[in-house]
Design a protein around this ligand. Structure first.
Ligand SMILES: [Zn+2]
Ligand SMILES: [Zn+2]
Length: 219
């Protein structure tokens, strides 16, 4: 019988891209990438909403609001507008691959939130398929572009290098924290972009001390 899944993750990794990552059992992706796909699909609906909110004005990074002033130029944020269409297009394309190859119906509702929720149920199938690396790449890129378009104050904050061990090798990912306003309905969290680590602020309180100790040791 031909082997359907290689032992190495087929996705591109930001840090140390030449180092092979062991694929999870039966999948074409490592566990960090699998977790990343789940996280991206749960983040994309509200990131998309933020992108839509950024569309109507030319709210360039660092510039004062232009409302009320007669400014030349278009009253739209072109990058946000473009990304808004790109997100819908890319997610529906991925859903099309799943529907066609699995012989199932596409989600009736083609909105970003509905397509993401639908895709989330097929993550394991995608991760074991020929599309694994492409889908991982597309989702990562959409999330990155969304963060670049929306308010800089709302972007995640870099905490520092991850100190977890993955397959007895130090993880080479980066820890991120979402910094949210009081009253923001989204859950605050700290996560690694290279492994499965994801913590609530309460867990971080305990984990943070271990993290500082390990970083001091490796410094
Ligand atoms: Zn991977
Ligand atoms: Zn990590």
């Amino acid at each position: 019988m031909p082997r359907t899944a290689p032992a190495v993750c087929s996705a591109v990794h930001k840090t140390d891209p030449d180092r092979p990552r062991r694929a999870a059992d039966g999948l074409n992706l490592c566990r960090g990438c699998l977790k990343g796909m789940h996280r991206n699909l749960s983040d994309l609906p509200w990131l998309h909403a933020e992108v839509v909110t950024s569309m109507p004005t030319t709210r360039a990074t660092g510039s004062a609001p232009v409302s009320g002033s007669r400014t030349p130029g278009l009253p739209v944020n072109l990058r946000a507008g473009e990304l808004h269409s790109q997100m819908g297009h890319d997610l529906r394309t991925i859903a099309g691959w799943v529907a066609k190859d699995r012989g199932i119906h596409l989600p009736v509702d083609g909105r970003v939130g509905s397509v993401c929720a639908w895709l989330a149920k097929h993550v394991n199938w995608l991760a074991a398929s020929q599309y694994a690396a492409d889908v991982r790449g597309v989702l990562t890129e959409l999330v990155g572009r969304a963060w670049a378009v929306i308010d800089p104050d709302r972007r995640p904050m870099e905490v520092g290098p991850c100190v977890e061990l993955v397959d007895s090798t130090p993880c080479d990912g980066m820890l991120w924290a979402s910094v949210l306003d009081v009253g923001d309905p989204r859950p605050s969290k700290i996560w690694c972009d290279g492994c499965e680590l994801e913590l609530t602020p309460e867990q971080w309180y305990r984990f943070g001390r271990r993290y500082e100790a390990r970083r001091r040791m490796s410094a």
